[in-house]
Design a protein around this ligand. Structure first.
Ligand SMILES: *[C@@H]1O[C@H](CO)[C@@H](O)[C@H](O)[C@H]1NC(C)=O
Ligand SMILES: *[C@@H]1O[C@H](CO)[C@@H](O)[C@H](O)[C@H]1NC(C)=O
Ligand SMILES: *[C@@H]1O[C@H](CO)[C@@H](O)[C@H](O)[C@H]1NC(C)=O
Length: 205
């Protein structure tokens, strides 16, 4: 009798465990996904282009997808600071930029893009030209839905800069990796295109 009830309780424990695991699967939207992690080989790679069209202080706001959202402070303008390019220490730029999969000379209209970059960068070099980025790449296509969250120092003097992919949601649930940024084009102060090579080393696929 004692043996039977032990067997019965362990089998009901197994059933309970299977039930809880399937609930966890439902909570993540797909029951068959699993964690893939290797720090030697990326589990997902993609190349994207971010198009930043800075508001140029004219009355034409129709094409701009980013704008400076701060005024200079005394520290920003104190000599010998005043970094190049009309930027200043503490300047924050907020953006909602179109992102394309291939390189394109002209950015698409924001309404037409299925991928966008939403976030901010600020200038944090008191004497040199330097920036820091924090943004989400928001995917809204039939192929991919979800977000990847990127942040880190954008040391503009360097040809390529690595920032961290600190997490993700949806199709990129719990993703982690590195994004290599490279300035692909600059036109005056109102437009730049950034190439982003994203490599994920932790994926839930
Ligand atoms: C913007 O519009 C205002 C009022 O319509 C006008 O006074 C001003 O000169 C314009 N500024 C520019 C840069 O066009
Ligand atoms: C907005 O972009 C379109 C297409 O690139 C261009 O034809 C138009 O001149 C731009 N408008 C302004 C105000 O810059
Ligand atoms: C996502 O795409 C769908 C289908 O194209 C569209 O209806 C919806 O407005 C989009 N959502 C956002 C936040 O862009």
């Amino acid at each position: 009798m004692a043996t039977w009830s032990k067997a019965a309780s362990s089998s009901s424990l197994i059933i309970l465990a299977i039930f809880l695991l399937s609930l966890a699967g439902v909570a993540h939207g797909r029951s068959s996904r699993r964690l893939v992690r290797s720090y030697d080989e990326p589990c997902m790679e993609m190349r994207l282009y971010l198009h930043d069209i800075l508001y140029d202080y004219s009355n034409s706001t129709s094409n701009s997808t980013s704008a400076a959202a701060t005024r200079p402070t005394a520290l920003s303008t104190a000599a010998p600071s005043a970094p190049a390019g009309g930027t200043f220490f503490g300047q924050v730029v907020v953006f909602n930029d179109p992102v394309t999969e291939g390189r394109r000379a002209l950015p698409p209209a924001l309404e037409e893009t299925e991928v966008r970059a939403q976030g901010l960068y600020f200038y944090n070099g008191k004497e040199a030209y330097n920036a820091w980025f924090a943004f989400s790449v928001v995917f809204n296509s039939t192929a991919r839905r979800g977000t990847l969250n990127l942040m880190g120092a954008d040391i503009i003097a360097e040809k390529t800069r690595d920032v961290s992919v600190v997490g993700g949601t949806g199709d990129f649930f719990m993703a982690r990796g590195v994004a290599t940024l490279r300035t692909d084009a600059v036109e005056g102060f109102t437009y730049f295109r950034l190439q982003m090579d994203i490599k994920l080393y932790e994926c839930y696929v």
